[in-house]
Ligand binder design. Structure first.
Ligand SMILES: C[S@@+](CC[C@H](N)C(=O)[O-])C[C@H]1O[C@@H](n2cnc3c(N)ncnc32)[C@H](O)[C@@H]1O
Length: 140
């Protein structure tokens, strides 16, 4: 995915009602069932899920404000009540979700670029995230 910086993206994200701003303050207080996508990009996958499953709460996590802005702009059009976003590096995931608070985590194409031998952008290298995944409840 090409990352083009959008001027003013940080400010727009910081004041957007669809982006959870007080991430640490919400720790342990999210509604259930809660499914998250780490590295949500422009939000296409998680937006489709949120449309299909209104009974599930979704949060898309992305660490690039210019990319997240695209996802947020789509949500402004649809106003899905069960979808929100976080501007967050995956390394900080344990600071914003309590143990067992997340029911499901999606990791789609975490490696940026075409060459799979290039670890750039691969958040699965991050031990905080892999520790967090290990703490998730086992499903069936
Ligand atoms: C290849 S894209 C995949 C986008 C989307 N999941 C999809 O399936 O189309 C990977 C995304 O992960 C994001 N990303 C990379 N490292 C991240 C990190 N440490 N924390 C959060 N997001 C990250 C990138 O900015 C990029 O938008």
């Amino acid at each position: 995915m090409r990352l083009r910086h959008i001027k003013g993206a940080e400010e727009l994200i910081a004041s957007n009602r669809f982006v959870i701003q007080d991430m640490e303050g919400m720790r342990g207080k999210h509604e259930h069932p809660l499914h998250i996508e780490v590295g949500t990009g422009k939000g296409r996958f998680i937006t489709t899920l949120a449309e299909l499953h209104p009974e599930i709460h979704y949060i898309g996590i992305e660490n690039h404000s210019s990319v997240l802005l695209r996802a947020v702009q789509k949500l402004e059009e649809s106003e899905l009540p069960n979808l929100r976003f976080m501007l967050l590096d995956a390394a900080g995931i344990e600071d914003v979700f309590a143990p067992c608070e997340v029911d499901k985590i999606y990791l789609n194409f975490p490696i940026r670029g075409r060459r799979t031998d290039t670890p750039k952008g691969d958040f699965l290298q991050d031990s905080s995230l892999t520790d967090f995944i290990r703490s998730l409840p086992m499903m069936g």
